[in-house]
Design a protein around this ligand. Structure first.
Ligand SMILES: [Zn+2]
Length: 372
């Protein structure tokens, strides 16, 4: 191993050279994130060189430490190979290029205050059955979507949720400023409830301790904020898309498996937040709300213990006006302004949802034409 180790590092550096050449051969006008990918490769190379040039590279007392730093870096190479390079190899003008063009237009319509991201149509899932569906890769500023997503006009409002993750990279502080204070209050209340109910189950207590110290701050708050940003920008269409996705796959709508599926709050809570933002925007959402309740009735018995403590209604009531205000402050265009104009994508996404419910035949005709 000690002989092989330096050679292995050289091999990885050589591989990264190849990746760099490959990235340089692609057209940055098509794939705007090429400079980000190239910069990432350059940084990785620098860090491998640093390990390689250590005098104590294979010294017995440092060998373990050096191997560990090398392995940590290899994980980043894997990230590059799994996501960064596929953005380059996969690019097709008619799919990735088209969806990036759609996203660019959306960014212009909503006054996106940050650099526009790229779209790579490579995800495998369309309904989220444990697969990847829409998601945002923060290192490569890329939104991954399913392969044939350009045909799925009813899913496209989800692009606004992913754009929310991208915007949060820059505006995290403003959006999350009051959250930590709220979480410590909810945590106190949760602890009191555990005491009052005399809950001694250690597993339940350990889980509960993680709710406001880990799950809410690390994952759920970002998802909640992105849902609210999406509603602010696209309006009712986002609620219908969310309902469609929930109906497609999620049977445990009011519960969450904290061990296996902890990245999003439960569907019921997300929908409550979405509906609250629609009402705050003054949008009539009775139809989507009733449709949601019909669906929710089927699963209501699944409500998990302490649900109301883990997912406080009060948080939605506080978050909605706060997120509204920050969206306004950073210059995001409210959905009403785009829905008024019938040539905007925001209008077309809402129109598509209205047509499929009102007149499915007209919706089929709409599907024959490209969105833009
Ligand atoms: Zn998300």
């Amino acid at each position: 191993m000690k002989k092989f180790f330096p050679a292995y590092i050289s091999h990885i550096i050589q591989l990264l050279n190849k990746y760099q050449e490959f990235a340089a051969s692609k057209n940055p006008e098509h794939i705007v994130v090429i400079p980000i990918i190239k910069e990432r490769i350059k940084k990785l190379q620098r860090r491998f060189f640093q390990i390689q040039s250590r005098d104590d590279l294979t010294a017995p007392d440092q060998f373990k430490r050096n191997i560990r730093s090398f392995q940590t870096l290899l994980m980043e190479v894997e990230e590059l190979e799994c996501f960064g390079l596929p953005i380059l190899t996969h690019y097709q003008k008619d799919f990735d290029g088209y969806l990036t063009y759609v996203l660019n237009q959306l960014c212009d319509e909503i006054g996106c205050p940050v650099e526009k991201p790229h779209v790579c149509a490579i995800s495998t899932g369309t309904s989220g059955q444990g697969r990847d569906y829409y998601w945002y890769h923060r290192y490569f500023d890329t939104i991954f979507v399913p392969a044939a997503e350009k045909f799925s006009i009813l899913n496209l409002p989800d692009l606004l949720h992913e754009l929310g993750h991208h915007i949060l990279k820059t505006y995290r502080q403003s959006f999350f400023e009051p959250f930590s204070g709220w979480f410590s209050n909810y945590n106190e209340m949760l602890e009191k409830t555990l005491l009052l109910r005399d809950i001694r189950d250690s597993d339940r207590i350990v889980k509960s301790q993680k709710i406001f110290s880990e799950f809410w701050p690390s994952y759920w708050s970002e998802e909640l904020v992105c849902d609210l940003i999406a509603v602010y920008c696209v309006g009712l269409a986002y609620a219908w898309t969310n309902l469609k996705i929930c109906q497609s796959y999620h049977p445990d709508y009011e519960s969450i498996n904290i061990y296996y599926y902890a990245y999003h709050p439960p569907d019921s809570y997300r929908m409550d937040a979405i509906l609250a933002m629609l009402k705050h925007l003054g949008i009539d959402c009775l139809d989507v709300e009733n449709t949601w309740f019909e669906y929710a009735e089927i699963y209501r018995h699944n409500k998990q213990a302490l649900y109301d403590n883990y997912f406080p209604v009060d948080l939605i009531e506080k978050a909605v006006p706060h997120i509204f205000q920050i969206c306004d402050e950073i210059g995001l265009v409210i959905c009403h302004d785009n829905i008024k104009k019938n040539d905007t994508i925001i209008y077309k996404l809402n129109n598509a949802w209205s047509l499929i419910r009102r007149d499915p035949k007209d919706f089929q005709k709409l599907m024959e034409k490209p969105l833009i």
